[in-house]
Design a binder for this molecule. Structure first.
Ligand SMILES: NC(=O)C1=CN([C@@H]2O[C@H](COP(=O)(O)OP(=O)(O)OC[C@H]3O[C@@H](n4cnc5c(N)ncnc54)[C@H](O)[C@@H]3O)[C@@H](O)[C@H]2O)C=CC1
Ligand SMILES: O=C(O)C(=O)COP(=O)(O)O
Length: 527
């Protein structure tokens, strides 16, 4: 049974997938104080939030069972992603479900701002019939500057074109060609700020975007510019905006988001030029149902089959690439798991070689799985897809990926090599059609075995009688050999035996094998 905590209000229809799934114990508590949440979080496998709950490093340090955080929305600035990654907790969001709603809200804000609708409404509610005070401006032929042309920014552009506005956008990923195709202009941030009559922000809140609109930015703008922020508080420096409005540089601002939320005691609210909503961009029935369904499906899928559609702290792999590399996932992990048992020294370097058809793919998920397999021996189940590379890096292990198109007679070959202070060990595997993973090389020796069950690797001297001695000693201890592979460097030289046996080998049993003079090293590996 998985315990799921829903800590912010989610659409009841949207959480139906969770209710319908087996083994999910859902607790909905949207009124927890930060302290109460800290006290409870240790019981839960999954946490579902919106923008309200602050998922801090401190909270995560108490989340001993937590495996996944689902953000029913886009922005994840309320979640300490580094801490989640370090704890091996995957974070998923719902990037597409509220795009329309946020874009529509932005348009509503632009129109309300341009026609002073909230101010006129308030005045009328106060029984004043004032037709002179609330003169607006048309949007037609005005320039809308869009900062951040992602999903929402692009939807706003399409809608604003319907209002016959001219659009100019700035986004680090916006090419002139893409802007031309959308029928909009593009420019640098400075050009956009200088050209626009209305400016709307649609970036995430990041280190680079914090106070993107500050005193200097306001100075660049046209007098009488109007500002809209339905993205995140903190992208606009609120003190600078206040000054710009008071000095009449900025004629008006429409704000859905604030540096501190919830906020009521903010001097911006005292200005008649400021209209505001309490972070309602995504608050529609449709968006809430859609984002809740998306995160619930990812939570179920992660807890049951270990895969997600919208990871935030794990690179997402395009579906077509995933279908190509998926068959290798298991083998990549097994190669790592096997190899780490061939050394007792500290691993300093991991090299992963992709040959043949594998070299054509984006293989980083396979490298991650290999590293996960390697680290598991010493870190146990604490290591997972999310934190494997981070944990390796923190231990000072360097990781290299290498690719070649030829695979020495195999269609595909995945070789993993580890380096320690004094030794280098490696293992190679391939995927045989219909037969699954086979390990075909251990160090310089050619072998062929299925990486499954109880494996014993023996390095010995190539001399007559060694195999016989070893076989009869194992027989005396009632250990049955299921399969056996032997290879050697040259006659009478170094050799290897790979046995698969029917039970786990205890240390005393391994010691018996090590007592055979010609045997140099013995490793037992349970895969
Ligand atoms: N008010 C609300 O309720 C909602 C607010 N949001 C906010 O809107 C933001 C945008 O959402 P989406 O469009 O879905 O995200 P997105 O990821 O599709 O788009 C963000 C765009 O910002 C651009 N960007 C990043 N740094 C930039 C910079 N320094 N200057 C200019 N552009 C920059 C990125 O290249 C990207 O194209 C979210 O991060 C979230 O914070 C989203 C949904 C609802
Ligand atoms: O999706 C986003 O980024 C939002 O800002 C929406 O926030 P909310 O889920 O309404 O608290």
């Amino acid at each position: 049974m998985f315990n799921i905590l829903i800590a912010d209000p989610l659409s009841e229809d949207g959480i139906q997938p969770l209710r319908n799934a087996d083994n999910m114990n859902i607790v909905i508590d949207t009124n927890l104080t930060p302290q109460e949440l800290e006290e409870k979080i240790g019981e839960f496998d999954a946490l579902l939030v919106r923008s309200q709950t602050q998922v801090t490093r401190n909270l995560l340090s108490k989340a001993s069972k937590l495996k996944i955080i689902g953000r029913a929305g886009v922005g994840v600035d309320n979640i300490d992603l580094d801490a989640a990654t370090e704890h091996g907790i995957i974070v998923v969001n719902a990037p597409n479900g509220n795009t329309n709603s946020a874009a529509e809200h932005t348009m509503a804000m632009i129109m309300a701002l341009s026609r002073k609708i909230p101010q006129a409404y308030n005045s009328l509610k106060n029984r004043k019939w004032d037709r002179k005070k609330y003169i607006g401006v048309e949007l037609k032929n005005k320039t809308l500057g869009i900062v951040g042309l992602g999903r929402i920014g692009a939807e706003v552009a399409h809608r604003a074109k319907g209002q016959r506005m001219d659009i100019i956008a700035y986004d680090p990923f916006l090419t002139k060609e893409k802007a031309d195709n959308m029928g909009i202009g593009s420019g640098t941030l400075q050009e956009v700020l200088q050209a626009a009559d209305f400016i709307t922000i649609h970036t995430p809140l990041l280190k680079d975007t914090r106070h993107l609109l500050n005193t200097e930015a306001f100075q660049l703008m046209k007098p009488g510019v109007q500002i809209v922020n339905c993205a995140r508080g903190g992208i606009i420096d609120e003190d600078a905006l206040y000054e710009a409005i008071v000095s009449k540089k900025v004629a008006g601002a429409a704000l859905d988001v604030f540096e501190e939320e919830p906020f009521l005691d903010n001097k911006l609210l005292e200005l008649p030029e400021v209209i505001a909503t309490p972070h309602l961009g995504a608050s529609t029935i449709e968006a809430q149902e859609s984002v809740a369904i998306d995160v619930c499906e990812d939570v179920i899928s992660f807890l049951t089959v270990d895969s997600v559609k919208n990871p935030v702290n794990l690179p997402s792999v395009p579906r077509d690439v995933l279908s190509k590399i998926e068959p290798y996932f298991h083998m990549a992990e097994k190669l790592g798991e096997f190899l780490i048992h061939l050394t007792e020294e500290v691993v300093e370097e991991i090299n992963v070689y992709y040959s043949g058809e594998l070299s054509a793919f984006e293989v980083s998920p396979l490298t991650r799985n290999t590293v996960k397999g390697l680290l598991k021996r010493h870190l146990g189940n604490h290591v997972n897809d999310v934190n494997a590379l981070y944990l390796a890096e923190r231990r000072g292990i360097t990781i290299h990926e290498n690719k070649t198109s030829t695979a020495k007679g195999f269609t595909n070959l995945l070789k993993v090599e580890i380096k320690t202070k004094s030794e280098k060990r490696s293992v190679s595997g391939t995927l045989l059609n219909g037969l699954g993973p086979r390990f075909v090389k251990v160090e310089e020796y050619s072998v062929d075995f299925t990486p499954k069950g109880h494996i014993v690797v023996i390095h010995h001297k190539d001399q007559p009688g060694v195999i016989g001695k070893m076989g009869s000693l194992l027989a005396q201890h009632d250990i049955n050999i299921a399969t056996m592979q032997v290879d050697r460097s040259d006659i009478g030289g170094n050799a290897i035996m790979i046995l698969s046996v029917d039970k786990h080998m205890e240390n005393e049993e391994l010691a018996i094998l090590k007592s055979i003079e010609e045997i140099k090293e013995v490793f037992a590996i349970d895969l």
